[in-house]
Design a protein around this ligand. Structure first.
Ligand code: T4K
Length: 368
């Protein structure tokens, strides 16, 4: 069989440069707990992302859990079923009931028109996802939140570097969270971050990710341990220097896919949105079985047999997993657009190191 082409491939820093930083860390003998590289990465990320404050975490799940804690969210939270399970799990870990609302076909993000009907006296927050890095309709969501006095926490795990009219999407809502997992546009192997708007909140979050310690002998909250270590912070500093080149390489892959697939009957995909700086973190296509003459799964397994490992992100819907299936809002009749998208999607391989030959292999398989 030909070489396997995976949906993504991690962006790795230059090994010699990383080695130099490791030598420095070895000499310092300070390897975690708000070290020098940790501080430098928080600063560098805040500048790169054009946001006032960043707090680093060990992954993209713990900042979600911690944001809910910090804002003292309880009761019910309105969220999307079209995401990675971590989004809803974060609610579960806080004893919060998820209430799923449907998504928009045009973006895959929560449909603001569906939110108000899902609000009850127990609703305290909205947790949307900029899925695939597509910006949510942030204004419409904020208007509803303001009207009902709800908090908004964005799961921006996919939205590293995404901007609308020159402004980071991470500035929307009360807080946003990022994932720096190996499979993301920007990675620190495992890692993540929270973005907040003011220094007081940043301080509180920094306490919460360090067991709640506010000094040697004072604990101000039942915090958790979610500190990023020095090795991954140093790795992250190096990757930040090459992330723009990686995003542009992904952009070129997206251009080639669009050119080749534009006239393929039964294959739909999204164009870039005006005024948006995309990060091309995923390239979802949607397969209309009637028009394409093959179901999504037939195409998916045919690709797989030929060594092209796209992924069906996000199938099944979170609301279809056994933990959440019993919730009234999980009924597929409540989620027709999300159900259709989950049944039709394949995320094609896209990353900085995909070769021309790889791209042509993928395209010719889909075109047939
Ligand atoms: N919110 C949202 C919306 C998210 O999408 C995620 C995570 C989170 C929150 C939580 O963030 P974290 O706590 O994870 O930081 C992946 C990732 O594990 C997960 O981070 C991500 N979303 C999710 C969408 O995808 P898998 O199970 O698909 O990954 P895996 O191991 O199958 O990898 C996919 C492909 O990537 C492999 O076939 C090959 C390539 N790969 C992967 C790894 C790990 C490599 O080439 N090298 C590698 O080291 O979950």
């Amino acid at each position: 069989m030909d070489k396997i082409i995976t949906v993504t491939s991690p962006l790795l820093p230059n090994l010699d440069e990383f080695h130099e930083l490791l030598k420095d860390i070895w000499e310092r003998k300070w390897i975690t707990n708000n070290g020098e590289y940790h501080k430098r990465l928080e600063q560098a990320l805040a500048e790169y992302l054009k946001v006032p404050y960043v707090s680093l975490f060990t992954n993209g799940t713990l900042p979600l859990i911690t944001a809910l804690q910090a804002l003292r969210i309880s009761g019910e939270v309105i969220t999307t079923p079209y995401s990675f399970v971590a989004t809803t799990h974060a609610l579960w870990w806080n004893g919060i009931k998820p209430v799923f609302v449907d998504i928009e076909w045009e973006t895959g993000c929560m449909d603001p028109n569906k939110i108000e009907a899902a609000i009850t006296p127990k609703t305290t927050a909205i947790m949307p996802v900029h899925v695939y890095g597509k910006p949510c309709n942030m204004k419409a969501i904020q208007d509803i939140a303001d009207k009902y006095g709800l908090k908004v926490i964005y799961d921006a795990a996919h939205a590293f570097g995404v901007e609308v009219n020159g402004e980071s999407v991470l500035k929307a809502g009360d807080m946003s969270t990022l994932s720096f997992h190996a499979t993301k546009v920007y990675n620190t192997i495992e890692g993540g971050a929270m973005v907040m708007h003011d220094e007081k909140t940043k301080r509180r979050i920094d306490y919460l990710k360090n067991f709640g310690f506010a000094g040697e002998t004072e604990v101000v909250a039942p915090g958790i341990n979610s500190k990023m270590d020095e090795m991954r912070s140093a790795y992250g500093l190096l990757n930040l220097q090459q992330v723009d080149t990686a995003i542009e390489a992904r952009h070129q892959v997206a251009i080639k896919y669009r050119e080749a697939l534009r006239n393929v009957e039964g294959i739909e995909f999204w164009e870039d949105l005006p005024g948006v700086r995309h990060n091309y973190s995923y390239f979802p296509i949607f397969v209309d079985a009637q028009k394409y003459g093959m179901t999504r799964d037939e195409l998916y397994f045919k690709m797989r047999e030929q060594g092209i490992w796209g992924r069906r992100y996000f199938y099944p819907l979170i609301s279809d997993f056994s933990t959440y299936r019993g919730l009234p809002s999980a009924n597929p009749e409540n989620l027709p657009v999300a159900t259709k998208m989950a049944n039709e999607v394949i995320c094609l391989p896209i990353h900085h190191a995909l070769s021309e030959e790889d791209i042509q292999r993928i395209i010719s398989l889909i075109i047939r």
